[in-house]
Design a protein around this ligand. Structure first.
Ligand SMILES: Cc1cc2nc3c(=O)[nH]c(=O)nc-3n(C[C@H](O)[C@H](O)[C@H](O)COP(=O)(O)OP(=O)(O)OC[C@H]3O[C@@H](n4cnc5c(N)ncnc54)[C@H](O)[C@@H]3O)c2cc1C
Length: 490
């Protein structure tokens, strides 16, 4: 990369906040989706919004692509520097700026780790509800970009329902504000457009989050089944009974095997074909009756064991198993990819059977652990990344699984976003006109496509973006496009 640009970045940020050493850059060559890799040219670690704005203005002057990155736990390749350029890593912007307990809100910087918000406001009897399973490490800025969900989003809603206002740096380097702490946006609701825009509209530099009072009481149940079909039917029956659990999570036998072999050992029944982790919360009065009603529905679906956690320690252990499940897969497989799709809840039994058939046909195991209550599936394909035949199979399987979900009336992503991974699947659910409309909205925020290029939109559409800031010849651009289309290089 141009030395002059690196020197200017060092002048803005100081020497320790600019990384251009080839070995150190390896850390940033992918996010938690390790199938695609590309190193950025440089990584910068700003501490203030003004520094972010300066970096963006400099990138515009030099016509260099740039993108924001939080903790890099994203599972769709969103924080991948697909065309090199500058990664703006926001982890040093990690201050909780203020807590307004009376009005139940907090102002935080984007690099704050999700769980640190709840820990900081716990003394006021408050918490931040959206709880991705990665909440011990993912950043709130990444959550806003992905409109992240989590086990408790079934009852409390996704990130978008908990963000009141943001400060952001535009793709041209201006500092702007969207939304209002009152939660009543004045004028057009652009905040709604930005949450979930996957780091392609603006760089979020400050966030006002909504806080909720901690529920008076919580009950957590674990129900074990000998049959996957009966377990998934139970999910539909709980919701059909008019009960809204705060969480309703599914773990299958493979997941149980991995969790029980790992440090997250949660005491899940090893002989179960599948189990449900169900939580209800709210006022103490009536909660026992609700959990009894759920236990009864589980038994009607032939659950052979229904256990209610007796204290906070047992509850925490059950959740540790679920939240550590992705990591635990390392005990049974060298690699995995976490898929993310949504289906109508009622189609769960047949879709799980069909996924199992796909897994058998390709000869690669699939573990299932997901937010069953809102139909958000996470099939985990287990493979060995050192084997090219496995990698090719993973691409084939993931496309078939996504198509299966779309065919039963589902969609491409429940919470991990489209990013780089699923951009070429967008045509499965959107028409040309839908995509054109979205692309035009994106251009309003990001007219030169320098901010996080080659994400979300199918390759053919983002081809035009590739040329815009490139200094290479048309032939080189053509070659690059071909590489992307053939999947030879990210
Ligand atoms: C073990 C594990 C469990 C997970 N469980 C869940 C889950 O239950 N629910 C769920 O929804 N997700 C889950 N995820 C996915 C991931 O944690 C979320 O998508 C999370 O929001 C990403 O945050 P991050 O800080 O790591 O973002 P990154 O991975 O760094 O970035 C993700 C995207 O956000 C953009 N971005 C980052 N910061 C900003 C910013 N300040 N302004 C604008 N754009 C920005 C990036 O450009 C990128 O496109 C899980 C991941 C793992 C590894």
């Amino acid at each position: 990369m141009d030395r002059e640009l690196i020197n200017k970045l060092r002048q803005i940020l100081g020497p320790s906040a600019v990384i251009d050493d080839e070995t150190e850059l390896l850390v940033y060559e992918c996010d938690a989706l390790t199938l695609f890799r590309n190193k950025p040219d440089v990584v910068v670690l700003p501490r203030t919004s003004e520094q972010v704005a300066q970096i963006v203005r400099l990138a515009n002057e030099h016509r260099i692509p740039f993108l924001p990155r939080g903790a890099g736990t994203g599972l769709s390749g969103g924080a991948l520097a697909i065309e090199g350029g500058i990664i703006i890593e926001l982890q040093r912007m990690n201050r909780i700026v203020s807590i307004d307990a009376e009005n139940r809100m907090a102002v935080v910087q984007p690099g704050v780790v999700n769980i640190h918000i709840s820990q900081a406001v716990a003394p006021y009897g408050l918490y931040y509800a959206p709880d991705p399973s990665s909440q011990m490490s993912c950043s709130i800025g990444g959550n806003v970009a992905e409109n992240s969900g989590g086990p408790h989003c079934l009852k409390y809603g996704m990130t978008t329902n908990h963000i009141l206002a943001i400060e952001a740096v535009t793709s041209k380097g201006e500092i702007v504000r969207f939304g209002h702490p009152s939660g009543e946006p004045i004028g057009m609701d652009l905040l709604g457009a930005i949450v979930g825009s996957e780091g392609t509209f603006v760089i979020v530099t400050e966030i006002t989050v909504r806080l909720l009072p901690k529920p008076q009481a919580v009950k957590t149940l674990l129900a074990a089944f000998h049959s996957v079909e009966e377990c998934s039917q139970c999910v539909s029956d709980v919701i059909a009974a008019g009960i809204v659990p705060s969480a309703l999570e599914f773990v299958d036998a493979k997941t149980i095997e991995a969790v029980e072999a790992s440090v997250y050992r949660a005491g899940y029944p090893r002989d179960a074909a599948a189990a449900l982790l169900i939580e209800v919360d709210g006022f103490r009065d009536g909660l026992e009756e609700t959990s009894d009603a759920i236990a009864e529905i589980c038994r009607r679906n032939r659950a052979y064991n229904v256990r209610i956690a007796t204290d906070d320690e047992e509850r925490a252990r059950l959740w540790l198993g679920r939240k550590g499940a992705f990591g635990a897969m390392g005990r049974i497989s060298p690699d995995m990819i976490t898929m993310d799709a949504v289906i109508p809840r009622t189609r769960l039994p047949e879709v799980l059977v069909a996924i199992d058939r796909i897994s058998q046909r390709y000869g690669l195991p699939v573990a299932n652990v997901f937010h069953a209550g809102d139909g958000n599936l996470h099939p985990l394909i287990l493979f060995d990344g050192r084997r090219q035949d496995h990698v090719s199979k993973v691409f084939g399987m993931s496309e078939e699984i996504v198509k299966l979900c779309v065919d039963v009336g589902g969609s491409l992503s429940g919470e991990h976003g489209i990013g780089y991974e699923k951009k070429d699947f967008m045509g499965m659910v959107f028409t040309e006109s839908d995509l054109d409309t979205m692309m035009r909205v994106k251009r309003v925020f990001n007219p030169d496509a320098l901010l996080n290029p080659a994400k979300v939109f199918p390759t053919r559409r983002s081809c035009t973006e590739i040329g815009k800031h490139s200094t290479t010849s048309t032939a080189e651009i053509g070659k690059r496009v071909q590489e992307i289309l053939l999947g030879e290089k990210p």
